[in-house]
Write a protein of this length. Structure first.
Length: 145
């Protein structure tokens, strides 16, 4: 099975405001950079979109390690999602899960691969995280007038 390392990040200038997402993928000697943006969004949506776009770009089932500086993404997909699904996509206090369509898509992609989730401190000098951050900011720049 192909092994892939993904560093993913989201950025937003204003929250909500123009936002971007970026991902750097590595597999053996191959690497790929992805980024994009939305004119009006939130940081959490961009963090989720970065991981979704990266996983969706994989052409076959892979063994993936995802590095994210978003505790929202890491905790959501590894812990909170089980309760949300058991409660019909409601939070513990019975409110609808925010960004449900993104969480449902991420859940599908997570099941399509063997994914290990790793949290990394943002803006702390991790080369992969810094590269993903630069890509996310390119995404913001791509939608700003």
């Amino acid at each position: 099975m192909t092994e892939v390392v993904i560093y993913a990040d989201g950025a937003c200038r204003g929250n909500p405001g123009p936002g971007g997402w970026g991902a750097w993928l590595q597999s053996g000697e191959h690497e790929q950079e992805l980024f994009g943006g939305e004119p009006l969004t939130t940081n959490n949506r961009m963090e989720l979109t970065a991981v979704i776009q990266a996983l969706a770009s994989l052409r076959r089932r892979s063994r993936v390690t995802v590095y994210t500086d978003s505790e929202y993404v890491k905790n959501g997909i590894t812990a909170w999602i089980h309760g949300w699904k058991a409660r019909g996509w409601k939070t513990a206090d019975r409110k609808p899960v925010k960004n449900i369509e993104l969480w449902q898509r991420l859940d599908e992609l997570n099941a399509a691969h063997e994914v290990q989730w790793r949290w990394v401190r943002g803006h702390a000098g991790d080369p992969g995280n810094e590269r993903a951050d630069r890509l996310a900011n390119r995404g913001v720049d791509s939608v700003r007038p």
